[in-house]
Ligand binder design. Structure first.
Ligand code: RUB
Length: 321
């Protein structure tokens, strides 16, 4: 069995340790890792190549459990290996081409979201965001470069402080940004016109899974009548939820919250939470602005995941999607 290349092991480790983070970047890094793995395979047996690629996929999928963009990217590439090939060369070419096309599609999707989302900013608003989403910062950067004036409240996003990345990024573009503690959600909402957050996963019932604390921002937005928008590429929609699989909420080490962990105190560190569809006014995708209730249509009609009895039965012995 061919060994997994060190560069692929490094990418997996970077995702696990959050040196590569954010659902879009994680997905593109996984596609790149599959491409590197395929390129480096030196054997000549198609069955062995498939098993090796499946090993690489399992490694990538084991890194972080919540962002559905990761299994969606892996399955987009790996479904190539369900076709018939004459030999390793053809299969390798198909894998590399699918990985490239995923990465290209992902970048273009973020760009399309920036353009569409920026049109929803009229100028003069105070906008709240949470954590660090490249889809969101793309929207804000585009609106600003189009000459619209607005200001942003960015939450710190404890315990990993991704809000600092957002604040630094926006400030470097000249966008007025105020960093606030996560507990200042209501304070910010009293002054806000709009909330825009990113997504790690959107379930078939339109619920959003994003960085822990997103749901309390959504609650505060609802209470203050502030529109709550989500910026999400369509590969953030979860086909797995369609067949009854819940989105797993990652729980990381207690040491990220407090170090050292005080003796006799339990510390929990759930890093994502779920915001129900009724708190979401719109989801900005690369194919347009939709309501959360349209999630099912995105998964079935646009992404092409259809449920049937045969398919459900086959789940018992193979990977489904
Ligand atoms: C990042 C996070 C982001 C989404 C969307 O969490 O919750 O809001 O991943 O990001 P973490 P993007 O830092 O734990 O990965 O729009 O860049 O895909």
């Amino acid at each position: 069995m061919t060994r997994i290349p060190s560069e692929v092991l490094r990418i997996a480790d970077d995702i696990r340790s959050m040196r590569i983070r954010g659902a879009g970047r994680i997905a593109r890094a996984a596609a790149e890792a599959l491409m590197i793995a395929a390129t480096n395979y030196s054997g000549e047996d198609l069955g062995d190549f498939t098993r090796y690629m499946e090993d690489v996929s399992r490694l990538l999928l084991s890194t972080r459990p919540t962002a559905v963009s990761l299994p969606n990217a892996v399955s987009y590439v790996m479904k190539q290996l369900r076709k018939d090939y004459r030999g390793v060369e053809d299969a390798r070419a198909a894998v590399i081409s699918a990985a490239r096309s995923f990465i290209e599609h992902s970048k273009r999707a973020v760009e399309a979201i920036s353009i569409i989302g920026s049109r929803m900013i009229k100028g003069g608003e105070t906008i709240v965001t949470h954590c660090n989403s490249s889809a969101v910062t793309g929207i804000l950067a585009k609106a600003w470069s189009d000459g619209k004036m607005f200001r942003v409240y960015a939450t710190e996003t404890r315990p990993r402080f991704q809000g600092y990345i957002t604040a630094r990024d926006l400030a470097s573009k000249g966008i007025p940004v105020t960093l606030i503690p996560d507990s200042a959600a209501v304070y910010a909402m009293r002054r806000a016109d709009l909330v825009i957050v990113g997504a790690d996963a959107i379930s078939s019932n339109g619920a959003l899974v994003n960085k822990i604390g997103t749901s309390q921002i959504a609650l505060a937005a609802k209470a203050h009548g502030v529109p709550f928008y989500v910026a999400a590429e369509t590969y953030k929609f979860s086909p797995y939820t369609l067949i009854g699989e819940p989105i797993e909420i990652e729980e990381r080490e207690a040491e990220e919250v407090i170090h050292p962990v005080p003796e006799g105190i339990e510390v929990r560190n759930p890093v994502f939470d779920a915001t129900p569809a009724e708190y979401i006014d719109a989801i900005i995708t690369e194919i347009g602005v939709i309501s959360p209730e349209m999630a099912i249509i995105i998964i079935t009609d646009y992404l092409g995941h259809r449920v049937s009895v045969d398919m459900l039965k086959s789940l018992e012995d193979s990977e489904p999607l």
